[in-house]
Write a protein of this length. Sequence first.
Length: 135
Amino acid sequence: RDIKKSLDKEVSFEERANSLVKKLYYREMQSNNPADFVELFSYPLQTYYHKKNVTAKDIIRDKADYFKKWTKRDYSNIKLDTLNIDKIHKRVTIKITFDYILKNSKKELKGTSHHLVTMQEINGKLLIVEVGVAK
């Protein structure tokens, strides 16, 4: 029984992590409000792509620039792969792979992205602590 309980908890933690990653990327497609992203992260973020110690202001600025540059954002073929679960520190890293089409009035960009999103449970809430490009 105890083993089953702990397995259920692990699955639940992984499902919550997958849900948070999907929320981040679906919001990126659907929202044009940078403030919609603030609640998803723990600050300062250890790493946000190539930046360190990223604040909520940095996230808002980054999203505002991204939304201004790419007015239409479409992600498809989204695949999630759990790379690491640390039950002791309640930390999980998920690799997300997706095809994208980014558009504005002048150009269109297509490709495939591979990102790593690390989340940690902090005060009972699962938050993103790192985002980077997967190699």
